[in-house]
Design a protein around this ligand. Structure first.
Ligand code: ATP
Ligand SMILES: O=c1ccn([C@@H]2O[C@H](COP(=O)(O)O)[C@@H](O)[C@H]2O)c(=O)[nH]1
Ligand code: MG
Length: 228
């Protein structure tokens, strides 16, 4: 019989071993397709977390990285918004949380990210807008069994972020001054510790997010140079 903490530790090891169930790279047998190459799904996934405050330009720069380097863009916010529009059982809770500018429970978001990764043929991912808290980060690492390879941080002054969000005009329920103020507060108190954590791990690339889209992308390019 195991003590509760032993059982939890064993659960974590089990989950880590089963993270990304469909990835052959995580099993003992690596299958080679005819022709000798390794298909994308059999490769160890390459994960980039893309962080920054609301309106710092994460989505805009992700689109360019996708175009130039062939990554798959997974915006955690978009995955949550899709849950709302698909009338899932969590839909109304997610909607209210987004309206308030707060953070959706980690289990919900990590499940959506894991499902999106597993159902994608690609192995290079940009996970945009996640993790938003240390709790998010720890849940991801526990469920998936590993952290990101690289973390991008778009550093932008609050005044500029507010200006961009309020002129975005995409009909988002959280693009209003009250919700933006709360999102900025959440960013400072809960998201900055994640950024500090990855700085300490030597994985963080800080990008000055002020300037034209092109000027900002010039700073992003060297991070992905080996994928050209
Ligand atoms: N360098 C830039 N200069 C001016 N405006 C920009 C720049 N980059 C993006 N924008 C605009 O700012 C708005 C916010 O950009 P984007 O949606 O990429 O930010 P985000 O970080 O993904 O925000 P959120 O976290 O709220 O999803 C968009 O309308 C976008 O067109
Ligand atoms: O990991 C996440 C990502 C997002 N949210 C909620 O969604 C909104 C919008 O996110 P964007 O990245 O700006 O599209 C965010 O304010 C949170 O309420 C989340 O909870 N967890
Ligand atoms: Mg975005």
């Amino acid at each position: 019989m195991h003590a509760a903490s032993d059982t939890q530790a064993m659960d974590r090891i089990y989950e880590a071993a089963n993270g990304f169930k469909n990835w052959k790279a995580f099993s003992t047998e690596i299958l080679k397709p005819a022709g000798g190459g390794i298909s994308p799904k059999e490769r160890t996934p390459y994960i980039t977390f893309v962080l920054g405050g609301p309106g710092s330009g994460k989505g805009t720069q992700c689109a360019r990285i996708v175009e130039t380097f062939g990554f798959t863009h997974l915006s955690a916010g978009d995955l949550l918004r899709k849950e709302i529009s698909s009338n899932s059982e969590n839909g109304s809770t997610i909607l209210n949380t987004i309206k308030e500018g707060k953070i959706v429970p980690s289990e919900v978001t990590v499940k959506l990210i894991k499902r999106a990764i597993e159902s994608c043929e690609n192995y290079k991912f940009l996970i945009d807008g996640f993790p938003r808290s240390e709790e998010n980060r720890k849940t991801y690492e526990r469920v998936i069994g590993t952290g990101p390879d690289v973390v991008l941080f778009f550093d932008c002054p609050e005044e500029e972020m507010v200006k961009r969000v309020l002129s975005r005009n995409e009909g988002r329920v959280d693009d209003n001054i009250d919700t933006v103020k709360e999102r900025l507060k959440v960013f400072t108190t809960l998201n900055l510790p994640v950024i500090n954590y990855y700085t300490g791990k030597g994985k963080l690339y800080k990008i000055n997010a002020v300037g034209t889209e092109e000027e900002i992308f010039e700073q992003v390019l060297p991070v992905f140079a080996s994928w050209r």
